[in-house]
Design a protein around this ligand. Structure first.
Ligand SMILES: [Zn+2]
Length: 479
């Protein structure tokens, strides 16, 4: 039982209880409402939390995560445009994952997500090199609900740029589709904790024929599809060269619709927004990544006004560089106000919906999670507001979106089971995970240093790697 706390339900009526409570039994929410009513319904209670300094919200839902990129944090230069950033750094590093690098990265991402209040996420572009099954075991045992987007591709291109994908990132079309089917039969729907999705690469890397096959598989398996879309100007050039628009392209290939989550959608125009609204296709907004890579400002307010289901994502280790959804809510709200010149755009409850119930709807699991309502699974996050940066707390949502960070999370429950207690993740050995992540990142970096892609270092933008030995001490001698 949680009592005498502020409870933000995110239900259809947007109810917030300032002196509220919540009762959980067998992993299900039995009652949520005024604290007095909850106490009356409670019988013998095993665990009680409560106090006016506690803020209770639904578990946060991150709809765009690159788990492998957790290991790349700090290894990739900060000040590059997307294509160079991918071609010269992110792809070569990811394309050199071996052994249990992917599993260690998954543990690090899981640790950070749980610790900062995320209970469900959508993993994108999962490549066999990251040990997908090993990663799924990590997410499952750590207590996160995970939709796993299995990568598919058949060309080494990005938009109009030919042959730029690092060889270690290339996968065979048939093997990736077979892997999807294997993973699906073993894991999909397991304990309402794991779902296997399709994650085709960005236009340029996938033939129309393969996109159509993905669309067919999605229908046949009744699963979801996630893909990066219209992130930067180069993406738009690709669609223009084909005399289409991002959303029309998807619709013609049969990829729009429920459980379709398209990431970034920065370069969207009215027609794209209308197609997404009409087809109930979801957007994953990743504001930090869009800001850091200077990709632009997605028209989120217009999408919401048109009725598009917009969700929130953090993207990866070197583009954010954090998996903290509480911080991401603040960034989303601020960026949209700057983009529109209108301080009333993206209000705190809008951005909270994006991070909770809209995410659940996008993943097709809003019947079990996404809000605190009777009968739903007890995925909830408790923040401690008795901290200098969170007082006073007259209106909880403002404190949460504008003042809090994921580090203010005290408890996280999934299915009513405490996965985080007193700010400590119970399901992962934090010290071991941090230690191994450092070691694996150092080994990965040393391996990649000898690669031919380093010829790009002659270009003036790549000064950072020369600085690395000093910054990183034990990492690799100077080139
Ligand atoms: Zn991404």
């Amino acid at each position: 039982m949680i009592k005498d706390s502020t409870v933000i339900t995110m239900d259809g009526d947007g109810r917030i209880f300032r002196n509220g409570g919540l009762l959980v039994e067998d992993g299900t929410i039995e009652e949520v409402g005024r604290s007095d009513d909850v106490k009356k319904r409670a019988g013998r209670v095993e665990m009680v939390l409560g106090g006016p300094h506690l803020l209770v919200i639904p578990g946060l839902i991150n709809t765009h995560v690159h788990p492998a990129q957790a290991l790349l944090r700090g290894l990739v230069p900060d000040d590059l445009r997307l294509v160079e950033w991918l071609r010269d750094w992110v792809w070569p590093l990811q394309g050199n994952f071996e052994g249990d690098d992917g599993v260690v990265a998954a543990e690090l991402a899981a640790l950070e997500m749980l610790r900062s209040g995320t209970t469900t996420f959508l993993a994108t572009s999962m490549h066999s090199r990251y040990d997908i099954e090993g990663s799924i075991r990590v997410f499952h045992s750590s207590g996160l609900r995970a939709a796993i987007g299995r990568q598919t591709m058949d060309m080494p291109d990005y938009a109009m740029e030919k042959g730029i994908l690092y060889p270690g990132m290339i996968e065979e079309r048939e093997e990736s589709l077979a892997s999807f089917k294997r993973l699906y039969s073993t894991w999909n729907g397991k304990d309402d904790m794991v779902w296997i999705w399709l994650s085709p690469r960005t236009p340029g890397a996938v033939s129309d024929d393969l996109y159509r096959e993905v669309a067919e598989l999605r229908r046949e398996y009744d699963t979801g599809v996630t893909m990066h879309l219209a992130e930067i100007g180069e993406d738009l050039e690709y669609f223009r060269s084909r005399r289409t628009t991002p959303a029309r392209f998807l619709e013609e290939l049969g990829l729009t619709g429920a459980k379709g989550v398209f990431v970034h959608c920065v370069q969207f125009e009215d027609e794209d927004i209308a197609i997404f609204a009409r087809t109930h296709t979801s957007v994953s907004h990743n504001p930090s990544s869009n800001m850091k890579l200077a990709s632009g400002i997605a028209p989120i307010s217009m999408m919401l006004a048109a009725g598009v289901n917009v969700t929130l994502g953090t993207d990866g280790g070197p583009s954010n560089d954090s998996y903290d959804m509480v911080r991401e809510m603040r960034t989303a709200a601020l960026l949209q106000k700057v983009g529109t010149g209108d301080p009333s755009s993206l209000k705190v409850m809008d951005v909270m919906r994006m991070a909770t119930i809209n995410g659940a709807r996008a993943l097709g699991i809003d019947d079990i999670v996404g809000s605190l309502e009777r009968g739903k699974r007890a995925d909830l996050v408790v923040l401690n507001l008795r901290r200098p940066h969170l007082v006073p707390r007259i209106f909880g949502p403002s404190n949460l979106v504008y003042s809090a960070t994921g580090q203010d999370v005290e408890y996280v429950f999934v299915d009513g089971v405490p996965m985080v207690e007193g700010g400590l993740v119970r399901t992962l050995d934090e010290e071991r995970v941090l230690e191994e992540a450092e070691e694996h990142a150092e080994r990965l970096y040393s391996r990649v240093k000898g690669e031919p892609w380093l010829k790009y270092l002659d270009q003036p933008t790549f000064t950072r790697l020369h600085d690395l030995p000093e910054h990183h001490g034990s990492i690799a001698p100077p080139l």
